[in-house]
Every structure is written in structure tokens, then in C-alpha cells.
Design a protein around this ligand. Sequence first.
Ligand code: ADP
Length: 319
Amino acid sequence: MRRIGVLTSGGDAPGMNAAVRAVVRKAIYHGLEVVGFRRGYHGLVYGEYSFMQLGSVADIIHRGGTVLLTARAPEFLEPEGRQKALGIIRESGIDALVVIGGDGSFRGAMALEKAGFPAVGIPGTIDNDIDRTDYSVGFDTAVNNATDAINKVRDTATSHERVYVMEVMGRTAGHIALAAGLAGGAESILVPEVPFDLDEVCERLQRGVKRGKLHSIILVAEGAASGLKVAEEIKERTEMDTRVTILGHLQRGGTPTAFDRMLASRLGAAAVDLLLSGCHGQMVGFVDNTVKSTTFSEALAKQKPFPEDLYRLATILAI
Ligand code: ADP
């Protein structure tokens, strides 16, 4: 192995830069050359790449987003697009590729593997919806951003004695909602993995008011329901003063937490080690505080289990 490529793909996640930095520096440390592709698979299809040096990744460890840029590349879903990408791969002279992204990006990496080109993956998505890793890069920062927002909204909720419905991201998964809801002390957390009954949510709210609660925060994962709809229903059923805050991309931006930077650094280095040991077709993950790799097909085989024990705990503590 002489030269490797690296790209960030799909939705951006804070900490992707730290992962790129780790890949570039660990590879150069071992005497490899590194090529950075821009805009995910788009850069592979259209030949947007350049060589990366130690200095290319200077001063980025603390920045959100990704200096390599990211994109959704529909061309890569088509056989012709992938053929073009394989041509660019030959032209760039890389022997393997490190893909930093979510499950879609890993499917793209699997397509390259199927065409005979070695690829490894680093889970980078705020949703934390990839199985076989306890955490994906970006999740911790998103949870901290969401928790920070809850703290702020709580001040107004208390002062005005209101119910606030806060909608958080997570696509089809409720991991951000659960973690931020537990950390932020939300009264109810609605996630796609656990069926919910709005009547019960309203009863909880009314019980809270009876025992003197000044405010309530209902956290809704975008995959569970629309925050606006939930707020409307609550208002109609309880006649309580109900407002909505949709956090949107505020969750995804900003400086990555120390946890995300450390995770990204460890996984980036591990991805290079994996390639140097001759392994590919795998994702590097973080399981029980240890770096552990899994084949792409295993990582993508099923939905990541939802921590129902934590969900029960959050419900008990918000009694
Ligand atoms: P994420 O990686 O965050 O889940 P996407 O699902 O949008 O994001 O995937 C990112 C990119 O990965 C897509 O735009 C496409 O270029 C590539 N990709 C996704 N699924 C496949 C697939 N089944 N085959 C080949 N490439 C894919």
C-alpha cells in the first residue's frame, strides 16, 4: 500500500474534521501518501481531488463541518457513475479509500468493494444510528447542542409556566432525543422506537401541574412525530400554553466536543491501521470503550438496538 484516499459523505457531522486529520496524519506517519476527495462520492465521480500534506489538516480539529466538503451524490448510485468513479480512482493512483459518513456512505463503500476496490469506513453521523458501534462521530456534539438548547428553553418555559415541545433530529432513530431528553430532564420523550400515547403524555403534564411544576419540556424525535402537530394536540387536549421549538441544523453545527474529537482521532488512526494490516470491507467502531472493526455487511444488517433501559430510566426520573 502506497497511497490512500479519504472522503466525507452524506450529512456533515461535527468531528469529521478530526477524523480526516487523524487519517491524513496517521497515514503520513506510516509513509503513505494521501489524496483527499471533495464532496463525497461526487469528488470520485468528477475527479475533484488533491494531495494532502500534514499542513492540509492543520487547525481543523476544533472545527465543525468538514473541510473536504460533503454532498449527496446521486450519480454514484448508478452503474455509469460508479464506472466513472473507478476510472478516477485509477487516475489518482490510490490503493484504498477511507469513507467517513453514515449508512448510505457505507453502502457506497460496499459498492466499491464489490467492484474489487478496497474501502474502510468511519461512522460519522449525528444520528448514532449505525449498529456495531456504541457511538458515531458527531453524536455527542449534537446531544450537547440539544441539551444546551433545552437548558435555555427551560428558563422561558419556567418563567411563563408553559409547555415546550422541542423537536430534535435523528432521522428514523430516537438516540439524540433520548440522550438529550435524559440529560436535559425532559418530562416526556417521544421516539420512533417506542409507541406512545398522547393522552398519557397529557395526563403526565396535568399531574405535573397539580404538584406545582412550573414548566414542561416534551422532546420529540423527528422520526416519531412532527413537533408542531404534537404541540397542537397537547394544546387542544389540555388547554395549556404550548409552544414549539424545532432545533434543526443548530444541532449539527459548532465546535465538536472533546469526546467526538477523541473518538474521531482514534477511529481515524484505526482505519489506517486496518488498511495497513491488509483488512478492508470493514467499519471501525467503538464498542465497550475499545476500537473494534466489523464488516460493512454486519454493520448494516440491522437497525441499531435502542437502549430501552435508558428510556425507562428517563421516564422514571421525569415522574
Ligand atoms: P449518509 O451516509 O449520511 O447515510 P446518504 O444516505 O445520503 O448519507 O448517502 C451518501 C451517499 O452515499 C449518497 O449520495 C450516494 O452517493 C452514496 N450511496 C448511498 N447509498 C448507496 C448505494 N446503495 N450504492 C452506492 N452508493 C450509495
